[in-house]
Design a protein around this ligand. Structure first.
Ligand code: NOJ
Length: 764
């Protein structure tokens, strides 16, 4: 029914355009054109386009054009070039830098019949040249303004480099640390994930898309990609309705509500249908129920991948399925450009669907101001000024500090004293200037991050000795190459042990190299890769005063470290300024306030592990020695570090958890708590509110995050923190996909992590 409705709308819009006006003003005239004005222009343009030109707008090619040389060399590139000149390309990705962008844009604008500008897409995921922390790290800040700002910096630099559109934010929820792309998302929780989605969309797009410093964002991967079976990238996804509606879809909806202009569908098969060919997701939910007016781009080659999925019989069939399902733009499958015109002529795909897609794509090009000035993002002077500016580096340093999570700090081992100490800094990652740039850093120059060694060297008061200990990886670790882990070479151990023996304190930087997480980087083991665990234990034997600084793109299994190492700092891959951020935290110039956005398991066997699990019918031991309850015989159920966990150099006390239940009068339940900084230094705390709906028509999780606030307090200071719960926080999606609020008993918890037991209750 909804599908028919969309078709109908498409037809009405076409008939409203009337006869073709040959004196069309295809240019947008002002910076902030109202949507009706843009809609008229789009319709007028659509009316003079041939079917092939329309389909061309739905075709996206990867960059091929070497601006320093003449014609492309191989056949494929020659074809792309020919298509570009004919107006059969609507968008390109991976063309970057003002010079390159201008070259391809010139062809589109000056050599094609209608001169429609290209929209230039790029994976500016966590920074461009100036790199911010990986998104999982940023999410640990729980600081929406910091996250927004990081996206703004990314947008500014990408836009200055000719780019108009980023393939971010990735809003896929994941509960599986084996999946390498957890580094690119907001973690395991749909509520936090939704707030982050909103912040990142606002950061990229700003309030005015036509501004030269903003770019269009893309919520990806629609949908379910983070639930790949066994955490193996691209694997099958099979989830129930409740998980789809309550966990997977909310951050996408939040991105849509924040105004995101594009979506990307995903590689995976969701409940038997490859997402690219999924009409239910794209037409019924996204464009139908949610009223999304932007466009959907496929993921790279995902249209063609419907053939090996066993869903499409050949390329032509895949194009048909994708167009009908609502995939508006084909990224690198070459199927629309090859088959769509014939499919329309054969009446297998209705032309109104093509018009609908093209209308969406052209609308965004108008909104970006590309019709006004196709070269508006192409200014060499601006490119030089904006990229790698001091202001951008200051901003990413700030976000990096906010992203650090203090996992453990026995006997106030941290912060380190600033003078009179002998410090041994150990670990190849400590001097690594590449890994902190993370996995999605295709625009960043190699080895440009501040290493931990450099960050520590900025503090002159102590005697600092560095020993590598052991390489984490050997061989090439570039984006396209396999990362080979060192599992044999221990030749640097002795030097590290000697350094540790002489030191008062040892700082060990261990974890994953930057390319060990990210796309195609799933892991079956979550330990410290290679010989690092051996190095840690060898150093510990001679000096147990160790601060372990982790550099990683996913939760790791750290049981031994947790039991034996007094202080553990989660330092992720923190971007261009990583080393300064970590050193400032280690020396106490910044008091950490990050909280984990994903649970850290005790064992890979616990994965998927997440705080908002269901209770089951057998949650507790029925009697001593009885086996019949939900548990492992060789491991605890709980994670090592729960979602929301993170310490500070001060302490916080939660008291007086109050509930004022006015739900039946005003539709609101107010919850308050008195928070006190009971330690000796100023600090920030993320106050977290969780609810539990004790019984419902669909079983609900044991806890669900429904509010949080980042609060800064001076030593001894107290503050009453208030939350308001409304239908939005108290309801859930039932198995028909309807949002419902059901009467009954609720528990409410407020504390400093998802493990809090500080609770009260109320009844709706
Ligand atoms: C494949 C990835 O899944 C997607 O996230 C990315 O945007 C595209 N490649 C383009 O690089």
């Amino acid at each position: 029914m909804k599908y028919i409705f969309i078709l109908f709308l498409g037809l009405v819009a076409i008939s409203m355009t009337g006869p073709i006006d040959n004196d069309l003003n295809l240019k947008s005239t002002s910076e902030t054109e109202p949507s009706e004005v843009i809609a008229k222009k789009v319709d007028s343009l659509l009316a003079i386009m041939t079917l092939e030109e329309k389909i061309g707008q739905m075709n996206q090619y990867n960059g091929f054009w070497n601006v320093t040389g003449p014609a492309p060399e191989n056949g494929d590139a020659a074809k792309k070039y020919e298509h570009l000149k004919k107006g059969y390309v609507g968008s390109m990705l991976n063309v970057r830098g003002v010079k390159e962008v201008r070259a391809v844009q010139k062809i589109a604008v000056e050599e094609t019949r209608l001169g429609i500008p290209l929209i230039i897409g790029f994976d500016a995921i966590h920074g461009y040249k100036t790199t911010s922390p990986i998104p999982l790290a940023e999410s640990a800040s729980w600081d929406m303004e910091a996250i927004r700002l990081a996206a703004e910096v990314t947008a500014k630099e990408a836009a200055a480099s000719g780019i108009n559109w980023t393939f971010a934010p990735m809003v896929d929820i994941s509960r599986d640390a084996r999946w390498g792309r957890v580094m690119e998302g907001g973690g395991e929780d749909p509520y936090l994930g939704s707030k982050i989605a909103e912040a990142r969309v606002k950061g990229f797009q700003g309030d005015d898309l036509s501004n030269i410093y903003t770019i269009a964002a893309c919520a990806k991967h629609f949908a379910g990609y983070g639930f790949a079976e066994a955490g193996r990238d691209y694997n099958t996804v099979d989830v129930g309705t409740s998980t789809l509606y309550n966990v997977i879809l909310p951050p996408f909806k939040a991105a849509k509500e924040a105004g995101v202009r594009t979506f990307m569908n995903s590689f995976n098969d969701l409940n038997g249908i490859p997402a690219t060919g999924d009409k239910f997701l794209q037409r019924d939910i996204l464009k139908g129920e949610w009223g999304f007016t932007g466009f959907v781009v496929s993921d790279w080659g995902s249209m063609r991948e419907m053939i090996p999925h066993g869903y499409a019989k050949d390329g032509k069939h895949a194009a048909e399925l994708a167009a009908i399902a609502g995939s508006d733009m084909d990224m690198e499958s070459y199927l629309y450009v090859e088959h769509l015109a014939n499919l329309v002529r054969e009446k297998k795909v209705d032309e109104s669907l093509i018009d609908d897609s093209v209308r969406r794509i052209l609308t965004l090009k108008y909104e970006l101001g590309l019709f006004d000035d196709p070269y508006k993002y192409c200014d060499e002077t601006r490119e030089k000024e904006v990229i790698n500016s001091k202001e951008n580096h200051d901003a990413v340093l700030d976000v990096a500090k906010k992203s650090i999570v203090l996992l453990k700090n026995d006997n106030n081992m941290l912060p380190l004293k600033k003078s009179g100490q002998k410090i041994a800094l150990i670990g190849a990652l400590a001097s690594d200037k590449n890994s902190p740039l993370g996995s999605w850093r295709i625009a960043a120059d190699d080895n440009t991050a501040i290493s931990v060694l450099e960050g520590m060297q900025a503090y002159k008061g102590n005697e600092l000795t560095f020993a590598k200990g052991a390489d984490v990886s050997v061989g090439k670790t570039q984006f396209v190459f396999e990362t080979k882990i060192n599992t044999t070479d221990r030749s640097g151990f002795d030097e590290a042990i000697e350094a540790a023996k002489k030191a008062d304190k040892v700082v060990m930087v261990l974890g994953e190299v930057g390319f060990q997480s990210g796309e195609g980087r799933s892991r079956a083991n979550l330990d410290l890769p290679g010989v690092q665990q051996d190095l840690l234990e060898a150093v510990h034997k001679v000096n147990p005063n160790i601060v372990l600084v982790l550099n990683n793109g996913r939760p790791l299994v750290l049981n031994w470290a947790h039991e034996n190492i007094p202080a553990i700092v989660e330092g992720w891959h923190l971007g261009s300024q990583a080393g300064h951020a970590i050193a400032q935290v280690l020396y106490g110039d910044y008091n950490p306030s990050g909280k984990l956005p994903m649970s850290f398991p005790r064992s890979v066997g616990q994965v998927p592990i997440y705080y908002n699990h269901k209770n089951t019918g057998r949650p507790t031991i029925p009697a001593p020695n009885l086996v019949f309850w939900t548990h492992y015989i060789d491991e605890d159920n709980s994670p090592l570090y729960p979602f929301g966990h993170g310490l500070s150099y001060t302490n916080f006390k939660y008291e007086d958890l109050q509930v004022t239940n006015n739900y039946r009068v005003s539709g609101e339940v107010k919850v308050s708590v008195n928070l006190t900084n009971s330690g000796n230094v100023e600090g920030k705390e993320v106050v977290q509110l969780y609810t539990r709906d004790l019984f419902a028509s669909v079983t609900r999780p044991v806890k669900e995050l429904k509010g949080f606030e980042l609060v800064s307090l001076k030593p001894g200071e107290s503050k009453i923190i208030e939350f308001t719960l409304t239908q939005a926080e108290l309801g859930f999606y039932n198995n028909k996909g309807e949002f419902v609020v059901e009467r009954g008993e609720f528990e409410v918890f407020v504390g400093g992590s998802s493990a809090t037991t500080n609770k009260n209750s109320f009844e709706l």
